[in-house]
Design a protein around this ligand. Sequence first.
Ligand code: URP
Ligand code: ZN
Ligand code: ZN
Ligand code: ZN
Length: 472
Amino acid sequence: MLLIRGGTVVTAETAHRADVLCDDARRIVAVGPDLEAPSGCDTLDAGGLLVMPGGIDPHTHMEMPFMGSVASEDFYTGTSAGVAGGTTTIIDFVIPEPGHSLLGAWKDWRRKAEKSVSDYSFHVAVTHWDEKVHEDMATLTRDCGVNSFKHFMAYKNALMVDDDVLLHSISRALELGALCNIHAENGDAVAYLQADLLKRGVTGPQAHPISRPPSVEGEAAQRVIAIAGLLGAPIYIVHVSTEEAAAAIAAARARGQRVYGEVLAQHLVIDDSVYADPNWLGAAQHVMSPPFRPKHHQKALWAGLASGQLQTTATDHCCFCAGQKEQGLNDFTKIPNGTPGIEDRMSVLWHHGVRTGKLTPQEFVAITSTNTAKIFNIHPRKGSVSAGADADLVLWDPQASRTVSAKTHHQNVDYNIYEGMTLTGLARYTISGGKIAWADNDLRVTRGAGRYVERPCFSPDMQAAIHRKSTP
Ligand code: URP
Ligand code: ZN
Ligand code: ZN
Ligand code: ZN
């Protein structure tokens, strides 16, 4: 057992002095002042530290096969890096290969993820539509603990789905009590703009953001919101990066539609000037979709998080090393899309969010953990510090600083997009499943210690409420 003594417990609602007792069955058994240590119990002094629910990253791509490469970070190294940054649960994406079954892909991902050091769960991507998909969605929700399905409106001729697939899949998910995630970018427009740029001889990574301007995201966000509205279904839009998409979500919510929005830490603090880097690799390392945006978009994202119109933060952690990025040396459309960041999300949000007064510590907990647990139906097991919850905690030092570097990070990738950034606020200890997995810069993880987290579907009552709420 482990008794965490003398810290300030911060949840999405409150902050108060309390001890936290964790048992050997990975659970929190008591939270309160001056708890008695059972005999043989280890104690950890949390004086001066904030005791918060471990971070949940709802958007990662460990060892993802993508654009002719496989992401360099695997479930062991990726969850380890997460733990070093205070993240104790990830929700990764199962991406079936073209023509392969959703269920088969889910089994493949289960196998790949067995080496995780902390807990993990899966969204499953729908990349085409047929009877088998219709059936697999039922099996996955009923028997496999999957309650969310992912759809890419971009990546034409690869992962992209059209409106017809969206209609069928969102409607099916509603029937089953699952939630649809959407990558909102107009993939036809991107493909058209990419071809046009290449035809004009513009082949470098500076063309990447030009091929995916903000309106490409704004249009797709509006379209999928309209489709979900027609069906009376809730949706969750991943990596919202523009004021256009943020406004579309806020407007839908004001109409009573249940639309959730996720923001990536990197989009909050890095802007599109990175593509002007005269060093090809420097720019290519920032090729991700949606791309980094002109600075004014960041204001809308922060405002969305602070106001609650946008609810979660993630990383879209998707790592490609120099040799992999170089696949696109002569053609920016062949640079594997993705950036790393799982280790630094919490610190970036504390430093740039809480320390600047944009977010309260409670809001920080909400957007790094609790809201995700609620939206994906694993609250209060995850995202809370309460008796009965999983013993996944971060003991946060709000005053300590570190300078980010690929030389010292734990991510299995050869660069860090926050290189050289000094961040105040860091995970001093991370507790995963009741065990100390990170202590003062010392990683003490165990390969395979993470468990698969089943996420039950939403109840028929909840679905009925959503339906009533979203249909005029
Ligand atoms: O560039 C990105 N984001 N790569 C990962 C796939 C995706 O779109 O989420
Ligand atoms: Zn995406
Ligand atoms: Zn109806
Ligand atoms: Zn992604």
